[in-house]
Design a binder for this molecule. Structure first.
Ligand SMILES: [Zn+2]
Ligand SMILES: [Zn+2]
Length: 345
């Protein structure tokens, strides 16, 4: 079978290898689609300390069931979560599942950009396979993981009722975050984004105001207008540039929260007025990745129609042209979310 993988900095290639088979407790899934994530792009550029496997937003059909697997049938449409926590260490006991030392060591084999992939027994037994409702199409399914990350972040932050929020960076995850906030009852959600295409998509999806961050003070005045000069409850940093973190601190109210959500550039530093942050009581909350309960909750919202995301997929590119898919995903002016498609689409 064919699969896409990294071959040194800046190089992604398609290779042949034997198709995986399912050992005891394992499942093999035939790929329908897998989203290209910003972190995949950073891995390709060599900017992510955890290099290695690419493709972690896959949906497909169950193609083989190992002995002892229950609750799944051949042909089932599924989403697969690549990481699972151990649920038994002290980190898990505190509920910080995504920071469990086991979590980022688990993965699907050989990643999500493959005609088929093997789901290890630990992922299967810890419920990392979600059967998709008929109302959740492949596009929405391929957005489950990034949307799950947004929900996990919102839970970590702990929002007041009907919060006001501003999302800096309306790439696919920023857009999902903003839509999720709206669907959960946020009173006002604004966002900044350089790409006119992505701003348009945001406004079409119900985001209250979008601005071009290159216009001086456009962001600050949008926030001041919406909040009577107080600042928002939550500013979400959904891009990697460190300058954006400092900007986020100027947008939140006293006691407000800055959520570090997008993967920061490797080696980036915060340059902010610490006394100002101290005196205004600004909280910094980082949030990495997502958990099975949050994925199930996002799936429920997608299935019921409370959350609509399928229109965010702007391009579906067959696995044979994976290089093109990565090129497009790195062009915000042309693309929103790009998926790589497999034989089960
Ligand atoms: Zn991702
Ligand atoms: Zn653990």
């Amino acid at each position: 079978m064919k699969y896409g993988h990294l071959a040194g900095p800046g190089r992604i290639v398609l290779s042949e290898r034997p198709a995986p088979t399912a050992g005891p407790g394992e499942v093999v899934v035939s790929l329908a689609a897998c989203g290209v994530c910003g972190t995949d792009l950073e891995k390709l550029r060599g900017n992510y300390q955890s290099a290695g496997l690419i493709g972690h937003e896959p949906v497909g059909r169950v193609a083989e069931l190992g002995s002892g697997v229950e609750g799944l049938a051949l042909g089932d449409r599924v989403f697969v979560h690549h990481h699972v926590p151990c649920y038994s260490c002290e980190v898990c006991a505190r509920g910080d599942y995504t920071f469990c030392p086991t979590y980022s060591k688990t993965n699907i084999d050989p990643g999500g950009f493959a005609e088929s992939f093997r789901v290890p027994a630990e992922n299967v037994s810890r419920k990392a396979i979600v059967r998709l409702a008929d109302t959740v199409d492949w596009d929405a399914g391929a957005l489950l993981e990034p949307a799950g990350c947004a929900l996990t972040a919102i839970r970590r932050v702990g929002m007041p009722d009907r919060p006001t929020a501003f999302v800096l960076g309306l790439g696919p995850v920023g857009l999902l975050y903003a839509r999720l906030l709206k669907s959960m009852g946020a009173a006002w959600v604004g966002g900044s984004e350089v790409s006119p295409l992505r701003r348009q998509v945001a406004e079409r999806g119900g985001i209250d105001v979008t601005v071009d961050p290159r216009e001086p003070s456009a962001t600050k005045s949008a926030v001041e207008r919406a909040t009577g000069g107080r600042g928002v409850d939550l500013a979400v940093v959904a891009v990697g540039h460190p300058a954006v973190v400092r900007e986020a601190t100027t947008l939140v109210r006293r006691g407000g929260t800055v959520n570090l959500f997008g993967l920061p550039e490797a080696g980036s530093r915060i340059d902010a007025d610490l006394q100002d942050l101290y005196l205004r009581g600004i909280r910094f909350v980082p949030s990495y990745a997502t958990t099975e309960p949050d994925l199930l909750e996002v799936h429920r919202r997608l299935a019921s129609g409370d959350l609509k995301v399928s229109d965010l997929v702007s391009h579906r590119i067959p696995l044979d042209r994976i290089e093109e898919a990565f090129r497009l995903a790195g062009r915000p002016e042309e693309a929103v979310k790009v998926t790589v498609t497999g034989p089960s689409i």
